[in-house]
Write a protein that binds this ligand. Sequence first.
Ligand SMILES: [Fe+2]
Ligand SMILES: [Fe+2]
Length: 168
Amino acid sequence: MNTAIRTQMSIHTEVMDLLNNQIAMEMHASASYLAMASWCDQRELLNSKALFYEQAEEEREHAMKIFKFINDNGGSAISPTVVNVNNEFESLLAIYEKSLEQEIAVSDSIKKIFKKARTENDFVTEIMLQWFITEQAEEEDKFRSIIDLFDLMEGMPLKMIDERISKD
Ligand SMILES: [Fe+2]
Ligand SMILES: [Fe+2]
């Protein structure tokens, strides 16, 4: 078999670049959730703390899913540098609002790659990203429900609101 055929990628080059950016975005989300977990941990907000430690793990898993996908398909996955992680937060509500904002940005990015894959007839990437589209809808819904809880329980002590937040 000639080298050109052996090294051929099943993913489109520009799509691969976008996927590498997505790895960086997922790792940044992971680091950001870790900072949020620390804030909650220091304030004994037990359910929120557990939720954000878990989120940090999940985002890393998302990054790894894409990382392995690129390499499994003949591409080059790039280990990203994670910079500009915010460790200071105003309140628990601000943390959840930031989380929702972050998830919406990730959803938009995934949809953009999905569209590009479709335009380039990169079916293998399109199929892989279907899982992420569903996952993002669930993630956004999770944070929207928690923010609703703050509205419903307005004026209640923070620890009581935290107790009503489901850990997963
Ligand atoms: Fe993610
Ligand atoms: Fe997420």
